[in-house]
Design a protein around this ligand. Sequence first.
Ligand code: ADP
Ligand code: MG
Ligand code: ZN
Length: 484
Amino acid sequence: MANNYEAVIGLECHAQLLTNSKLFCSCSTRFGEAPNVNTCPVCLGLPGALPVLNRVAVSMAIKAGLGVNCRINPAAQWSRKNYFYPDLPKGYQITQYDRPLAQKGHIDISVDGVLKTVRINRIHMEEDAGKSLHDGFPDSSRSTHLDFNRSGVPLIEIVTEPDLRSSAEAYDYLSRLKEILEYLEVCDGNMEEGSLRCDANVSVRRVGEEKLGTRTELKNINSFKFVQKAIDFEIARQIDVIEGGGRIVQETRLWNSDEERTVSMRSKEEAHDYRYFPDPDLPLLVVDDAWIETVHRSMPALPEERRRRLVKEYALSEYDSGVLTATRALSDFFEETVKRSGQPKMAANWIMGDLLRFFKENNVDTKDLAQSPVTPEMLAGMIQLVEKGAISGKIAKTVMEEMYATGKPAQKIIEEKGLVQISDSGEIEKIVDKVLEDNAKPVEQYRAGKTGTFGFFVGQVMKATGGRANPQTVNDLLRKKLAG
Ligand code: ADP
Ligand code: MG
Ligand code: ZN
C-alpha cells in the first residue's frame, strides 16, 4: 500500500430476523405490503402502548450468536436510544447497549489461502425504524410519506473488532457471515431488500504504528461489491488527505454508487448524544442454560463443518466442497442426491457441471434450488440409470437437459425418446459386422498393423446406433473381430 500505510476496518452489520411477527407486537413482518397495513399502537409508538417481547426473535438471535461462536449473556438489558427522526415515532429505538445478548465470538476467514480469525465484539438485538418515502406518490406533491410496516421488525447488529486489514478481507467476512445466517435460517441475507445492511468503519495508519487512526463510518452500502469499492475508495482518500498534510475527521460518510465515491454526511455522533438508559417498560432478558441448549440442539451443521464432511466422507476436493456448500439449499440438494444414489463423485459432477450451469443460464439463484425442475430424487434416478448401464454418460447429458426443461424423470424421458442403451450383445454384434463389412479397406489395413484406427470403428458403430450402444460391449466385440 502507498507509503507503507495499513488499513484498519471494523464492520457493523444489521440482519433482519426471519420471524413472522415484530419484536414487541404481533404485527406481521411481511415485506412489500401496502404502506402501514402492518401496524398497531405498539409499533406506531402511541402513548400508553406497552411492548411484549417476541420469544422466537430471541431464539433466532441466540442461534446467530452461537453460530458465530459468541458467549450468550445470562441477562441482557433493553435500552432506549433517543433521537428524533420522523420514521421513529416513539422518539427512541429499543436496543441493547451495555448489556447485549451475545459477546466475544469470531468468524474465520481466508483470503488468498491465508486463514485469519476476525473477532466479534458483540451481537445485540434491536427494533427497526419505519421508512420515509420522499417521492413517487400518486398526488405527486413534494411531501414525505411514512410507512411504518418496518417499524418494530426485529434486527440483530453484529459488530466486529477492528481486525480487518483490506477490502478483500471485509468481503470474505461478509460472505461467511451471510452464509452462516442463511444456513441457520435466521436471516435471508438479501442486501438489496435491506435484510442485511452493513456499515464499514475505516481508518489508516503507518505500518508498525500501534495506535488506531481516526476512522470514518461508511453507510448506505447495499451490496458486497459496493462494500469493497467503498472501502478501497475511502482508504485511498484518507491516505491522500494525510499525505497532503491534512487530518481525518471522525464522520459518517455515504457511499454514492453512481459516482463511486464516499461523501461526507454528518460529523459522527457520540454515544452520549443518545442518552441511553434502561427501558423501564421491559424486564431484563434472562436467558438460562436450558434455553441456550434447546437452541443449540436445533442448529444444523454450519458451512465450515459441511465442507469438512464433504472432503472427509465423500472424498471431494476442497474446491468442489466449497462450491457445493455455497448455500444451504445447494448442500442439502447435494447430500440428498448422494443419499439416494450412493454416488458422491457423480452427484458432484452433475450438479456442478450441468445443474449449476442451467441455473446460471436462466438467472436463477441457487438459494431457490427448491424450485428446481430437477429434484435430488430425479438426479439420483438418472445417476442410477448411468450406473446400471441403461444409458451412456453422453446420452445422460441430453437426458439431464430434458429433465431440466420438462421436469420429467429420466426413466420416462429415455422411454419416450427411445434413448435406452443397447446392451444386448447379439444386437450390437449385428451392427459391428455390418460396419466391418462396409469398411473392408480400413479393416484390411488394421489387420496389417495400422491399429491406430480403432477409434474410427467405434465411432462408426456409435453413429449407427445413435450413440446408444453400450461402449464396453462395442469395444470388446470390435477387438475380438478385428483381431480376425
Ligand atoms: P460506535 O459506538 O461509535 O459505533 P464502536 O466502538 O462500537 O463505536 O465501534 C464501531 C465499529 O468501528 C466496530 O466494528 C469497531 O471495530 C470499529 N472501529 C473502532 N475504531 C476503529 C478505527 N480506529 N478504525 C477502524 N475501525 C474502527
Ligand atoms: Mg456503532
Ligand atoms: Zn405492531
